[in-house]
Design a protein around this ligand. Structure first.
Ligand SMILES: NC(=O)c1ccc[n+]([C@@H]2O[C@H](COP(=O)([O-])OP(=O)(O)OC[C@H]3O[C@@H](n4cnc5c(N)ncnc54)[C@H](OP(=O)(O)O)[C@@H]3O)[C@@H](O)[C@H]2O)c1
Length: 327
């Protein structure tokens, strides 16, 4: 086997970024799509030139025609369909947020272990060369001791019937986009925070539409994260060390358009750091191929993923109680 046959679980909007990545990869082919309605699946398959269409997610999993699925369902369905896929012997790349509770994460990881199939969280920005260069700078010590990271991901939600506003579906801006600066901070500090404090503003549907968090790490470093559904699209990330800081204007998305990674040293002029071009969603697909075909562990470990969920839950607990929470 040197090709991975991919299926899509749902006709979600985000698929439009992942389909070209599968097709651009050396070892992937897109063979099937499943939707809750056969008609919808067939129309989608025709539009995107996908050979097979299924009228239910389970039919695709049981077909024997796919080796791996990309799960782009609403957040509350990630755990259920990841587990069903793994039990059907299918490898899983599951969108962020991976799951909505630690119990869900643990059941997903157990299903992966029991089935011997690969399971990974689809945090595409983690695979981009820019993020890897930032990691090298941090670990080389060029920034000195890391004191603070600051990150934001905001966008204005356009439709009030968006699934991101439904509490039972795992709605809320922290689950949706706050997880980007949260996971980036964890990447920089090398693990989960020891304590967090969060504040939220809830809209009429009952989910957080603004969220700000402060996170403390065991080595003494801190992170400030912010996310919103109420202000225009804006992303930023900054890593502040004793010897200088790095700023990223496109840390999570849109890296191919006007991206700037800049080093601001303690003394002297700022320097722009060159970053190789790479299609943003290709890295997570290639990483799955290496894991499936060569038996290498996925680049983003399930321990890191579990810590993302653990930290989000602690932040929500803090926001609800008004107290700092040990993670
Ligand atoms: N990594 C990224 O860059 C990125 C970007 C955007 C979103 N995401 C993540 O990807 C996931 C999907 O986001 P999206 O914005 O693409 O979602 P979306 O367009 O709303 O699509 C979700 C799909 O899930 C299926 N579905 C099954 N049960 C559903 C239900 N009860 N209500 C609504 N849809 C249901 C539908 O497909 P069928 O009708 O075909 O069954 C629907 O098209 C989310 O977890 C999100 O966090 C990631």
């Amino acid at each position: 086997m040197n090709k991975v046959r991919w299926g899509l679980l749902s006709t979600a909007n985000i698929n439009r970024r992942v389909i070209p990545a599968i097709r651009a990869s050396a070892h992937g082919e897109l063979v099937a799509v499943a939707s809750r309605s056969l008609e919808n699946a067939q129309q989608y398959a025709e539009k995107w030139n996908i050979p097979r269409a299924f009228g239910s997610y389970q039919e695709l999993l049981d077909s024997g025609e796919v080796d791996a699925v990309y799960i782009s369902l609403p957040n509350h369905l990630h755990a259920e369909w990841s587990i069903r896929a793994l039990r059907a012997g299918v490898h899983v790349l599951c969108e962020k947020p991976f799951a909505l509770s630690l119990n869900e994460v643990d059941r997903m990881v157990a299903a992966s272990r029991e089935s011997g199939r690969v399971l990974a969280e689809a945090f595409m920005y983690r695979h981009h060369p820019q993020t890897k260069i930032v990691g090298e700078w941090v670990r080389s010590g060029r920034l000195g001791e890391i004191i603070l990271t600051r990150g934001v991901f905001n966008f204005k939600i356009s439709r009030r019937d968006d699934v991101r506003l439904i509490p039972e579906y795992g709605g809320g801006c922290l689950w949706d986009v706050g997880v980007y600066p949260l996971s980036y901070s964890q990447y920089v500090f090398g693990g989960a925070p020891q304590a967090v404090f969060g504040r939220q503003w809830k809209g009429d549907t009952g989910v957080d539409e603004d969220f700000a968090g402060l996170l403390w790490y065991p080595g003494g470093g801190m992170a400030q994260i912010a996310s919103s559904f109420r202000s225009p699209l804006h992303t930023h990330f900054e890593i502040i060390g004793t010897e200088g800081r790095l700023t990223l204007n496109r840390p999570f998305i849109g890296m191919d358009d006007g991206r700037r990674l800049v080093f601001h040293p303690a003394e002297g002029d700022e320097q722009e750091i060159p970053v190789p071009e790479k299609e943003l969603y290709l890295g997570e697909i290639e990483d799955m191929h290496v894991a499936i075909l060569d038996g290498v562990m996925p680049y983003l470990s399930l321990e890191e993923t579990r810590n993302h969920v653990r930290t989000v839950l602690a932040l929500y607990q803090s926001a609800a109680s008004g107290r700092a929470i040990e993670v």
